[in-house]
Write a protein that binds this ligand. Structure first.
Ligand SMILES: O=C(O)CCC(=O)C(=O)O
Length: 262
């Protein structure tokens, strides 16, 4: 995949997003930029670069259940983190989050004023990780006053069936399925996510997929001896608030504005 995507989402791609709930965008950044993000996230996991204010979770498969809760604390030097959020604070991740193509996408789907609900490193450590079953992101509302629609997922490592690539059900974004929360029940899975509708999104390093938040997705464990690192950003309208607290989210377009401390 030599060519990179330009800064504009085409009309056909926009139509595919609305119709299928996903669009493969190919690579959007130079290989060196993706390599630098990989190095940076490893440095954050290993504690070589430290932030006080990032949500971190060690992978439950690492066998230290007391460190597998998501809290804003470093859980020790390890490449077995499952999630690290709030990465817009990092000066390498922020420009990637603000890529001109992502601004064009969010402008066309959401509007001019955009925040990031979560800027999330999602890792399946080598020979580990956890199964995530079929769900729709934010189907239960995530406690927000406006439901999020747009997630952009980047493969920091090549992904394959063997290492737990994303699996989706094209076209499943058109309705909210779970009775409660984001996860489908076994009965809902049988109806809405039969095997014949499943698409495995095997991706090259640096490849990007645009997802409607309600597109059903899942992923399995990593059976290879290399990590499967992904970076996922959920973009929301900047007017979105957490209903219980009234709190907003860091703005990323047209420019970065962190959330003011209460
Ligand atoms: O990266 C993955 O394997 C799954 C991510 C996911 O399910 C999510 O972000 O909701």
């Amino acid at each position: 995949m030599a060519n990179r995507h330009g800064p504009v989402l085409t009309d056909d791609e926009l139509a595919t997003f609305h119709e299928q709930g996903y669009v493969r965008l190919g690579k959007v950044a130079p290989d060196e930029e993706i390599e630098a993000l990989c190095q940076r996230i490893d440095d954050i996991m290993l504690g070589k670069i430290h932030y006080d204010n990032m949500l971190m979770q060690l992978c439950p498969s690492a066998g230290q259940p007391e460190l597998s809760k998501q809290t804003k604390e470093f859980k020790g030097s390890s490449l077995k983190y499952r999630k690290i959020q709030d990465l817009e604070q990092d000066p390498l991740f922020l420009p990637y989050i603000q890529h001109p193509l992502f601004q064009d996408i969010t402008r066309k789907i959401i509007g001019e004023e955009i925040s990031a609900f979560r800027t999330m490193f999602f890792n399946k450590p080598a020979e580990q990780g956890v199964l995530i079953n079929w769900h729709q992101d934010g189907a239960g509302g995530w406690g927000l006053n406006i439901r999020p629609k747009v997630t952009i997922w980047t493969a920091l490592d090549p992904t394959s069936i063997a290492n737990g690539c994303l699996q989706i059900i094209p076209g499943s974004h058109k309705s909210l399925i779970p009775e409660k929360g984001d996860q489908l029940s076994p009965e809902e899975r049988a109806i809405h996510a039969p095997d014949e509708k499943r698409l495995y999104l095997e991706m090259e390093r640096g490849e990007v997929v645009l997802l409607h938040n309600w597109t059903l997705h899942r992923s399995e464990v990593n059976n290879t001896n290399r990590p499967r690192r992904g970076f996922s950003v959920c973009y929301i309208h900047a007017a979105t608030r957490q209903v219980s607290t009234g709190r907003g989210y860091p703005k990323v377009f047209p420019e970065y504005v962190p959330v003011a401390e209460a």
